[in-house]
Design a protein around this ligand. Structure first.
Ligand code: NAD
Length: 471
């Protein structure tokens, strides 16, 4: 169903060039920003059962304009160099937009995780880490991986453990990878960060009257009809946040099939049903779609593809009925699909900033690891004491006392999770507004993706200029 001779990196290049035309940077500088700075393709042997298997893997550092480089690691059967290069490039632009001081990178291993035991996956991950260490492609100041499709906290723990055993005594070793479990130096709030960031970004769009008027939709998240593709880390947390915000999840597509109910589906119940039956199909009160691609074509307010790239392309773009597409996955729309959406008046909220919640909170985790102190440890008690003193003064002046529940609420100092969430919320709102500002100031820019690229190019180019390399 995909476009012929599909190249994900080619799509990123096309989008880059489209946006570069709206800037006035030196062509040499633009070329430098576009290219991948370092590409590492590796093959290594791992014994699986009684057979030796040669595993193919990659790490691409797209930009060294700021270091360390940062980007997730993907485990999937179709991982290839073109894909990893594209994802690394998107990371550069993503970090620039949300003001996270990293260059973009990405890694991947070409494996179908369902074919391996946890023990095999651990050995593959550890060997991959050793290969990265050998070539200096990992380290707190060099290149810092994180989870992506097919990986999570477990894999990040194995990476950390391998790195710290091969670099004994390195005081900042914890910062060599992010997305770790909290007990292994992770930060509270990282697990849900990308999905929650998707929600914060789209909520800001829904709260912008001008955009909602243009789309003919009422303001706010409440009662918006949402369709989600992919109920993994990103999709689940985005869906859950929308549900908690009062929206209705009317369609969910997964690997094995898709379901719908215009009255709304309870996300946690769908997850529990899937866990029990190994499928989202036949969920009580919902209808099955014949093909899972049909869910993307449902009549809805917001469609959130949160699985893989190129799922909306030339072959199905004309049938999309959503008013807004929130790109939670990386690269879910091909440039041809982008054009079609533009014609149909669908607002495409681009991946390169909408799913930046993960890297934003990864940045908080990295800072926590380098500072060797948990967020909130220094200020929580101070804030509580200060709030107590202020409340005492107010009560004395007014002669009124607040009740115990109100007192707890007023006195409470910030915990790590509060600080992380408010940092994420602020980042996503500020990025949405900055992109909208660029778009507004240049009405010739056709879509939000191009506006986001213009903003990213300006930031990376400014950073290169500060290095004094280009005329
Ligand atoms: P994940 O592995 O946790 O979940 C992906 C889900 O998509 C799985 O449940 C899988 O079964 C499902 N899926 C696969 N093919 C499908 C299909 N054809 N139709 C419907 N569902 C399908 O991965 P994730 O971490 O949630 O990543 C999803 C996307 O978000 C990827 O594009 C990734 O690059 C992007 N992303 C992830 C993060 C992060 O922090 N995890 C950050 C930024 C971007």
């Amino acid at each position: 169903m995909s476009d012929q001779k599909y190249s994900f990196f080619g799509d990123v290049e096309k989008n880059f060039e489209k946006a570069a035309a709206f800037t006035s940077w030196d062509p040499g500088l633009l070329e430098q920003i576009k290219q991948c700075n370092a590409v590492y393709r590796m093959h290594f042997p791992v014994k699986i059962g009684d057979k030796l298997q040669v595993i193919k893997a990659y790490r691409v550092q797209h930009s060294h304009h700021k270091t360390p480089c940062k980007g997730g690691i993907r485990f999937a059967p179709n991982v290839n160099l073109d894909e990893v290069m594209a994802l690394a490039a998107l990371m550069t632009f993503k970090c620039a937009i949300v003001n996270v001081p990293f260059g973009g990178a990405k890694g991947g291993i070409t494996i179908d995780t369902r074919q391996y035991s946890a023990y095999d996956l651990e050995r593959i991950t550890r060997r991959y880490t050793a290969e990265l260490i050998k070539k200096n492609f990992i380290g707190p100041g060099v290149d810092v991986p994180a989870p992506d499709y097919g990986t999570g906290e477990k894999e990040m723990s194995w990476i950390l453990d391998t790195y710290s055993s091969m670099r004994p005594g390195e005081i900042d070793a914890l910062a060599c990878v992010t997305g770790k479990p909290v007990t292994q130096g992770g930060v509270r709030g990282r697990r849900e960060a990308t999905g929650l960031g998707v929600f914060y970004g789209l909520r800001e769009i829904c709260n912008t009257e001008e955009i909602m008027n243009r789309l003919g939709l009422p303001k706010g998240v409440k009662n918006k009809r949402i369709v989600i593709q992919g109920l993994g880390n990103v999709g689940y947390h985005a869906a859950k946040s929308f549900q908690e915000g009062g929206a209705r999840i009317i369609g969910i597509a997964e690997y094995e099939g898709a379901i719908w109910n215009t009255e709304g589906l309870n996300v946690d119940e769908v997850v529990a049903h899937r866990k029990q039956t190994k499928s989202i199909l036949n969920f009580k009160g919902a209808n099955n779609f014949e093909k899972n691609g049909e869910a993307l074509e449902m009549d809805c307010d917001i469609l959130i593809p949160a699985a893989l790239e190129n799922v909306i392309n030339k072959s199905n773009a004309s049938r999309i009925k959503a008013r807004i597409i929130g790109e939670a996955a990386n690269g879910p729309l091909s440039p041809e699909a982008d054009e079609e959406c533009l014609k149909k008046g669908i607002l495409v909220v681009p991946d390169m900033y909408l799913n930046a919640g993960g890297v934003t909170v990864s940045y908080f985790e990295w800072l926590k690891n380098l500072s060797h102190v948990r967020y909130g440890r220094m200020e929580k008690r101070f804030a509580e004491n200060l709030n107590g003193q202020i409340l005492e003064q107010i009560e004395e002046l007014t002669g009124k006392k607040v009740n115990a529940t109100e007192r707890d609420l007023i006195l409470r100092g910030p915990d790590e999770i509060d600080l992380v969430r408010s940092g994420l919320e602020e980042t996503m709102i500020a990025a949405t507004r900055e992109i909208m500002e660029v778009w507004k100031n240049n009405p010739k820019i056709p879509d939000m993706r191009t506006a986001a690229y213009v903003l990213a190019i300006d930031k990376v180019a400014t950073s290169y200029n500060e290095l004094g390399i280009f005329p």
